[in-house]
Write a protein that binds this ligand. Structure first.
Ligand SMILES: *Cc1c(COP(=O)(O)O)cnc(C)c1O
Length: 410
């Protein structure tokens, strides 16, 4: 279980690494792909010593190629650790905060991570300070504690979900280090092809592998990546003892999905930028949130620390919540569903979730742009915007109609 990250003879580009990493040794008649190993236990001592696999909760050969590939892509020196879900990885990362410690977290963190942190803080495990992560002064003050206890962990997410704010990762990681806090960066929205948090100074990188890395909306899986031996050891222990491990089939599917990550991202990012530009000048849309637009408040920072702008964008609908619901109802190609990062384009109004912070506007729609033909995606949006505009006008004339639409989306 102490497998080493695979090494290639030459430095390869990330778009090659996603294809080449984690292949079995080239022996005559060997399979080109790693096999799925289904075994709950292994012949031997039963002890996790000298790299023995011992038991299926500690290790599985199907995990190794995926853990190697994620490590290589993030530029880590140690194998990644995969978990049964992104949130299982979040739980493992939060376990590194000492009891009575302090966690600093973006107020627009991924909802599940925020709820978990709030619940653990309510139990008295640690103090939670939520911040506007795009505001360096506010984050620095929360880190040092301004007279109170300094932070033990800084949680970073950039762009944030769903407001797509951009955190100044280099500056914030350096500031966290100065107060002795561990930094965790949720890199789900970017993937290592768009952002490399370890290079920007983060101690840990977290992924919901469920999203872009798997890419086909058919897997739930998470991962943590680090080059810090002590942190990795603690996380491995946590995984083995708490038991939120990956199923071999999920690990195999995720590696299969990863093979096309570069191609999928190339298309989905190009689609997202084009749609953002068109939506930005559409009358039915009040505001587009997308770091790829020159006018976006996070654009310069994003250009400085990212290798692209991702393919999540948000719009605030003119005509409010009713128009947002009407748009979703009128779409025929875009699928109304939560989640993101799959080949198919998804859309959802975030405030339909009870736990979504009040600072997320009620008329905000999050779009996960897929790899379909961009004109087909646009045509569907354009006809739905028109229908939503008409529904908005009808809604203001007869309030009962728009209230009904809002109710059905909850
Ligand atoms: C989905 C998601 C998670 C949680 O991952 P699961 O695999 O659903 O448990 C965490 N962070 C971000 C940014 C996500 O999008």
């Amino acid at each position: 279980m102490t497998h080493e990250p695979s090494s290639h003879p030459n430095e390869l580009s990330p778009d090659t690494v996603v294809v080449a990493a984690g292949r079995p040794a080239r022996e005559h008649d060997a399979a080109v792909n790693p096999p799925i190993v289904l075994s709950s236990t292994y012949v031997g001592t039963g002890q996790v010593v000298d790299g023995d696999r011992a038991y299926g909760r500690y290790s599985n050969p199907t995990w190794d190629p995926l853990e190697d590939a994620l490590s290589e892509l993030e530029g880590a020196t140690l194998p990644a650790l995969i978990f049964s879900s992104g949130l299982a990885a979040v739980a493992a990362a939060l376990s590194l905060i000492p009891v009575g410690g302090v966690l600093v977290m973006p107020r627009h963190s991924y909802q599940g991570a925020l709820v978990m942190a709030q619940e653990q803080a309510a139990k008295g495990l640690f103090t939670l300070r939520t911040v506007d992560i795009a505001n360096n002064d506010e984050v620095l003050a929360a880190l040092t504690g301004a007279g109170e206890k300094a932070a033990d962990m800084l949680w970073l997410e950039s762009p944030t979900n769903p407001m797509l704010e951009i955190a100044d990762l280099r500056v914030l990681c350096r500031a966290a280090k100065a107060v002795g806090a561990i930094t965790v960066t949720d890199n789900t929205f970017c993937t290592p092809l768009v952002q490399k948090p370890l290079e920007l100074g983060s101690d840990l990188v977290l992924h919901s592998v469920t999203k872009y890395l798997s890419g086909h909306s058919d897997v739930i899986l998470g991962a943590l990546v680090t080059s810090d031996d002590r942190l990795r050891h603690a996380l491995l222990h946590y995984r083995s003892i708490h038991g939120a491990i990956a199923g071999p089939f999920e690990a195999w599917l995720a590696l299969r999905g990863l093979r096309t990550l570069a191609l999928r991202l190339e298309r989905s990012q190009a689609n997202a930028l084009e749609l953002a530009k068109r939506l930005d000048v559409h009358d039915g849309v009040d505001r587009v949130l997308f770091p790829g637009l020159d006018s976006d408040p996070g654009h310069r920072r994003a250009r400085d620390q990212m290798l692209g702008f991702g393919s999540i964008l948000c719009i605030e609908m003119a005509g409010g919540e009713a128009a947002a619901n009407a748009l979703v109802e009128a779409l025929r190609l875009w699928t109304p569903a939560t989640s993101l990062g799959g080949v198919e384009s998804l859309i959802e109004r975030r405030r339909r979730h009870a736990n979504e912070p009040d600072s997320v506007p009620v008329n905000l729609l999050r779009l996960s742009v897929g790899i379909e033909n961009v004109e087909d995606l646009w045509n569907d949006l354009a006809q739905a915007l028109e229908a939503a505009g008409a529904a908005g006008a009808a809604g203001s004339a007869g309030a009962a109609g728009s209230a009904g639409a809002a109710g059905s989306a909850g």
